[in-house]
Write a protein that binds this ligand. Structure first.
Ligand code: MTE
Ligand code: MO
Length: 527
């Protein structure tokens, strides 16, 4: 065969491989609709990669790709698969048996799927369906491209015609495959959407009882109402979101259970969602922040939560904190997606409003924020407390067990560091000369903010006006009136908390236990 003929054959083989892989994934997507969305091969492999990746890789991915990290991961998996599939396609033209190589990839998907939390043997099915479909399609396409030697005519003249006819047959089959894959992929998606629409409707139909202990109206001076300043309550649709879930778990509240068990639990409990709603519900304004929030960053928000006091549930289970002779110092929360977060038992039982939350800003928790139940603990970073899609609470010790992020190099204990942020002005929208409201938020959850100060160009510190304190668990808005003059200026903020500690000016990175330093912005005031 001529060089160019060989190149065409290779290119078509590669195309066949990629199409076969796409057909496999589409079949897998369709099959996963009969099992559960998490069993879809790319999702399962992606989730396994997230679980297995070392902390440095995870941190690099979050730093580099931000909120797009999970999309990038899935595209990366698809790209690797496409390359392997193309190679397999080239091989299969010469050796039909190579098509069976698709089964090896299916085995990887199946293994990843059955080892996911909450998986059963049936989770392997979508990957196996995908593998068989891909192998079948590849064998078929390869046959079109190079008919089996036995049936190949010996006459060189016929051979040329045979190859041309073979290519036409191949292209017809390829187009048919592409159409069928597109169709089954769309059907699979539609079935997933129908399932999740049902769960969305069941969440929307939920009416939560009013809180027994309402948070009450905010003090009139708790909101400064300035343009550009973060609102006191962060709306749910703009509240930051951090988790490792490739697909947001959509749980059914009527089937939800919470187990409380482990060391020193005298009466293990299993609670239903209705059991929780029947208990005393408290409503609290609590600021939640992420340990990965850089100084001046947006991974912090303040919401009005309704929930059950976690300490009451633990007491009912017979748990005592270490200071009262309890055996366990570590409360490990587990979610439906297999995440583990560990809080100090002493902290969650010290009288603060650590909650098993069911509502956020007046509605059931959004799916993205942990529906139906999550934890919220004032004064602890999210990664050591705020378990979303909560299903299990285990009492153990810090010596005996490392939770997910601790295994990856983050501190086992994560009290929130006192921080402050300038929301306005912004470097991208510099103010005119004259009086300018420099304003922002400051937080020291559970400790409270005592004072906020601002300075310009490393000059003297000026005390900012603080909004009234709603609760020490919430952030506090602040404002300072600046007489802005033309030119470039550096604005810096620092907060002092109720322990009298002022934010250090020493910059440290978010790893292992939260960033330190003072938020500083540069604005160019025009003439
Ligand atoms: N199940 C689960 N819960 C989780 C996480 C997660 O990855 N999975 N991330 C935690 C982290 S690091 C933070 S900062 C908070 C963020 O909560 P939010 O997404 O509602 O803002 O959730 C916590 N709870
Ligand atoms: Mo976080």
């Amino acid at each position: 065969m001529s060089g160019s003929g060989e190149r065409t054959e290779r290119a078509l083989g590669a195309l066949g491989g990629v199409l076969a892989a796409a057909a496999g994934l589409a079949a897998g997507e369709l099959a996963s609709a009969a099992v559960r969305p998490e069993a879809s091969p790319v999702t399962a492999v992606g989730a396994a990669v997230i679980t297995l990746a070392p902390g440095s890789v995870t941190k690099w991915a979050i730093d580099t790709f931000g909120a797009q990290d999970k999309l990038v991961l899935q595209l990366g998996i698809a790209a690797v698969l496409a390359l392997c599939a193309a190679a397999l396609g080239v091989l299969a033209v010469r050796r039909r048996a190579a098509a069976a190589g698709a089964l090896a990839f299916a085995a990887v998907g199946a293994f990843a799927a059955v080892t996911r939390p909450g998986a059963g043997p049936s989770d392997a099915a979508p990957s196996l369906v995908a593998g068989v479909a891909a192998a079948g399609v590849l064998a078929l396409l390869a046959t079109r491209l190079s008919p089996a030697p036995a049936s190949a005519p010996a006459n060189p003249a016929n051979q040329g015609g045979g190859a041309g006819a073979g290519r036409r047959r191949f292209l017809t089959a390829a187009a048919t495959t592409a159409a069928a894959s597109g169709g089954s992929w769309l059907l699979g998606r539609a079935l997933h959407t129908a399932d999740s629409a049902e769960l969305t409707a069941s969440r929307a139909a939920l009416t939560l009882p009013a809180a027994d202990a309402a948070a009450g109206p905010l003090p009139p001076g708790a909101r400064l109402d300035l343009p550009g300043l973060s609102s006191f309550h962060t709306p749910n649709d703009t509240f930051y979101r951090i988790d490792t879930a490739l697909r947001v778990p959509r749980l059914d509240a009527t089937r939800w259970r919470l187990r409380v068990h482990g060391a020193g639990v005298r009466r293990p409990l299993t609670l239903t969602f209705d059991d929780l709603l029947a208990r005393e519900l408290v409503e609290r304004d609590i600021t939640l922040s992420c340990v990965s929030n850089p100084v001046g960053g947006r991974l912090v928000g303040n919401a009005r939560w309704i929930g059950v006091r976690l300490a009451d549930v633990l007491r009912e289970a017979g748990v005592r904190p270490p200071s009262e002779g309890g055996r366990a110092d570590h409360l490990v929360a587990r979610s439906a997606d297999g995440m583990t977060l560990g809080s100090p038992v002493e902290t969650v039982m010290d009288g603060r409003d650590a909650l098993l939350a069911v509502a956020m800003n007046g509605e059931p928790l959004p799916f993205e924020h942990g529906f139906p139940v999550r934890m919220v603990v004032p004064g602890l970073y999210g990664y050591v407390s705020a378990c979303k899609w909560l299903e299990d609470l285990e009492l153990t010790t810090f010596d005996a067990y490392d939770a997910y992020w601790t295994e990856r190099g983050w501190a086992a204990r994560g009290p929130v560091k006192t921080q402050s942020r300038i929301d306005t002005p912004r470097p991208s929208a510099p103010p005119r000369p004259g009086e300018v409201a420099v304003a922002g938020v400051a937080w020291a959850p559970h400790t409270g903010i005592e004072r906020v100060e601002v300075r310009v160009d490393e000059g003297p510190w000026h005390e900012a006006e603080l909004a009234d304190e709603a609760t020490p668990d919430s952030w506090r808005q602040w404002v300072w009136r600046w007489e802005a003059t033309p030119g470039e200026h550096r604005l810096q903020v620092r907060a002092t908390d109720r322990t009298g500690t002022t934010q250090t000016d020493e910059d440290s990175s978010v790893l292992p236990d939260g960033a330190t330093g003072r938020h500083t912005i540069t604005v160019e005031v025009p003439d």
